[in-house]
Design a protein around this ligand. Structure first.
Ligand code: ASP
Length: 333
């Protein structure tokens, strides 16, 4: 069945939506100051290739009748294992020159959820979040306890240096120079150019079940055990079959304060809006209060969409009957 493409471009905010897709998946690899000028053709191609690979991995699960939960997990693992994105292997550096990772996952069938915050030695934090959801009585585990649980669950552990990459270290050095005059970095306004990023996926499976997964290294030069929105259910991640599934990326403090993911799904549920419309509204409102970022959304009717209020967002989708669409910038060349 051919899907219907609705494309709406509204200033810095773009929405692409497919209607009536029986199965489908949308992924993101972070939003922010992603401009054409700062990227070579080879880099652009590498991002498209990895986004396409991740979306295909997730879609393959859905196509063979697998669950949306397995599909979002599969896609996020690919993105976590790539150094291109700020999650897993490519995680940014903390102020103290290490890496602390956050992740969460949610099952739209029953609103089960699992989240981990500030873990430093788990290769795929999304698998730990999923283990928290499925193998523990808790929803969110942090730091040492989360790592202990990962060990007990026999998840793959790595040395923190596994997450080291040269270009993220350069980003940290630039951030530290900006912070230097005011050593209490928590009081320095965050500059998106320091580089944010997160990865995520939302999907709908053959049974109509929704799921969402989000994973991140957080924000460059973060301090004091800072936790972002990615592991906060309702902020950076949410899924409920009765409304929609959302994965977010952007300035986490705003996404937490404005409960972005839950707000989008509440508008779908209580105001009968489509997920695309609700997401566009919420991201426009967030921009007005200074919150940069973007979201990917799927609603219970199978409508897949994305919207962001930044220069770009790494993103891709595949709906039944359609090809993979992979995009980076807000505007066409
Ligand atoms: N939302 C992430 C955080 O605040 C960062 C990002 O997505 O850019 O930790």
């Amino acid at each position: 069945m051919k899907t219907l493409l609705l494309a709406v471009a509204l200033g810095t905010c773009s929405v692409l939506a497919y209607a009536k897709a029986p199965i489908g998946i949308v992924i993101h690899g972070g939003a922010g100051t992603i401009s054409r000028d700062s990227m070579s053709a080879a880099q652009e191609q590498a991002y498209h290739a990895m986004l396409t690979h991740a979306v295909n991995q997730g879609y393959a699960v859905l196509e063979r009748g697998g669950s949306s939960l397995d599909a979002v997990t599969a896609a996020v693992i690919v993105l976590e294992d790539s150094p291109l994105f700020n999650a897993g292997k490519g995680a940014v550096y903390t102020f103290d020159e290490s890496h602390e990772l956050d992740a969460s996952i949610m099952d739209g069938r029953n609103r089960n959820a699992g989240a981990v915050a500030g873990v430093s030695n788990v290769k795929n934090p999304i698998l730990l979040a999923r283990a928290v959801m499925e193998k523990s009585v808790h929803v969110m585990l942090a730091g040492k306890g989360a790592e202990q649980f990962a060990k007990e669950q026999q998840l793959e552990l790595v040395d923190n240096s596994y997450f080291n990459t040269e270009f993220r270290y350069d980003a940290l050095k630039r951030a530290k120079q900006a912070i230097a005059p005011q050593p209490h970095q928590a009081a320095v306004p965050y500059d998106p150019a320091w580089k944010m990023g997160t990865v995520g996926a939302v999907a709908i499976d053959k049974k109509g079940n929704l799921a969402a997964a989000t994973s991140t290294g957080g924000m460059t030069a973060k301090r004091y055990g800072r936790i972002g929105d990615a592991p906060v259910i309702g902020a950076g991640n949410f899924a409920d079959n009765k409304s929609c599934a959302v994965s977010a990326t952007g300035h986490g403090e705003f996404f937490i304060r404005y409960q972005v993911a839950a707000d989008i799904c509440a508008r779908v549920k209580y105001q009968n809006k489509t997920a695309a419309v609700a997401a566009k509204e919420v991201m426009a409102e967030l921009k007005k209060v200074g919150g940069d970022g973007g979201v990917i959304v799927v609603d219970q009717k199978g409508q897949l969409s994305w919207t962001f209020n930044t220069e770009g967002m790494y993103r891709a989708l595949k709906a039944e009957g359609g090809e993979v669409i992979s995009e980076i910038f807000a505007t066409k060349p």
